[in-house]
Write a new protein. Structure first.
Ligand code: ZN
Length: 379
């Protein structure tokens, strides 16, 4: 057993990280940029590396340093996992202060930023200073989808490590061995999730998520009129909003109760003067979280549609590659016959454009309406 056990199909990256943690090879870098496609395990890799750095045996996976580092309870490992759309300068400054402190228990002060691509420009400036003048026992582990998602000045000061997309077989094996998923379901989920480990696990375990996925994949043949496109967009946007709200309602209430208790509501003591503004801050954060979750949901819809149109393209080009969406085989072949590879390429571009629009804060409904109209057969 070791801290690297959960990293599926990342043998090369694990070799680099475990050598670095053991003090072999390159001089230890004090800033790392860990990149890889969504679901490849960037944040797992960063946590495992943090554990290995704190462990006396290089990441045994069983000692208390390893266990607390992996669970997020180690006092010298700080993990920033934002649910907001961005990480602002104040949050970065708090981290930088933390980075300058000596480790209390472990060997190093480790700071993991899971979504370094969400750091604002001013935040990046504050971070840059800390990385340029590092404390000797501090290690920054920044995670992002690709190196280009992080500003060049920061990127150039980090040692870069790229994670591969794990194979379907590796993901399926993990689901069977670790999560006890039935092999046929594991194989379906690994294929449907296209190497995204967390998504595969969710699909394997949650029937509602499988139903939602199927509904999305049934959309393309239905896009035959303007009305149908607008309805499909409204349905997808409403479903993603409802899903986001459902998944946060309980947590929101819990957080508010905790804050109210901290502020002394329900007791006879006087309320602190800034109580109202603290409650408002929490509500703003919660609203931002719902918004991000909704965008993540729509992003999944776009990923699923991408696999669908890639399947159509594969059929049109006559490749022998197995379809990702074998369940939609008949519909995919019909649409493939009706169009040409050039048309399908344009539709794949339209999906990319929708993703960019969502990232740049275009209203979700507008983005999805524009997309479905682009995907529709000649209207
Ligand atoms: Zn250990």
């Amino acid at each position: 057993m070791s801290v690297w056990d959960d990293l599926v199909g990342q043998e090369a990256a694990v070799a680099v990280l475990s050598r670095a943690a053991a003090g072999q090879g390159h001089a230890m870098s004090h800033a790392w940029l860990i990149t890889g496609p969504p679901g490849s395990g960037r944040s797992n890799a960063a946590r495992a590396f943090a554990a290995a750095l704190e462990c006396d045996r290089g990441g045994c996976g069983v000692c208390s340093s390893c266990r607390t580092a992996l669970s997020g309870a180690h006092p010298d490992v700080t993990v920033v996992r934002t649910e907001q759309l961005s990480i602002g300068v104040d949050e970065v400054r708090t981290l930088v202060r933390r980075a300058s402190m000596s480790p209390t228990l472990g060997h190093r002060q480790v700071l993991v930023v899971e979504d370094a691509d969400r750091i604002t420009e001013r935040g990046a400036d504050a971070l840059l200073k800390a990385i340029e003048e590092p404390s000797p026992r501090t290690v920054w582990l920044l995670c992002a989808p690709t190196p280009d998602d992080v500003v060049a000045t920061i990127r150039s000061r980090c040692r870069q490590l790229h994670l591969a997309t794990p194979t379907h077989a590796a993901v399926a094996r993990l689901l069977v061995e670790r999560d006890g998923v039935d092999p046929a379901m594991a194989s379906f989920a690994a294929r449907a999730a296209q190497g995204h480990v967390g998504r595969a696990r969710h699909l394997a375990r949650d029937e509602a998520s499988r139903i939602r996925r199927r509904e999305v994949l049934q959309l393309p043949p239905q896009l035959t009129s303007l009305g149908a496109c607008l309805r499909a967009a409204a349905n997808v946007v409403t479903a993603s909003a409802e899903e986001a709200i459902t998944s946060t309602t309980e947590r929101d209430a819990h957080e508010l109760a905790e804050l109210n208790e901290a502020l002394g509501f329900g007791t006879k003591g006087a309320r602190p003067r800034n109580a109202a503004s603290q409650v408002k801050d929490l509500e703003d954060q919660q609203k931002a979280r719902v918004k991000r979750l909704q965008r993540d949901g729509l992003d999944r819809v776009l990923s699923e549609l991408t696999t669908y149109y890639r399947d159509i393209l594969a059929v049109q080009l006559g490749t022998d590659a197995p379809l990702v969406n074998v369940e939609q085989d008949a519909a995919i072949r019909t649409l493939a016959r009706r169009g040409t590879p050039a048309v399908t390429m344009r539709r794949l571009d339209a999906i990319l454009a929708a993703r960019t629009a969502l990232e740049t804060n275009v209203a979700p409904l507008l983005a999805m309406e524009a997309l479905f109209i682009d995907l529709a057969e000649a209207l």
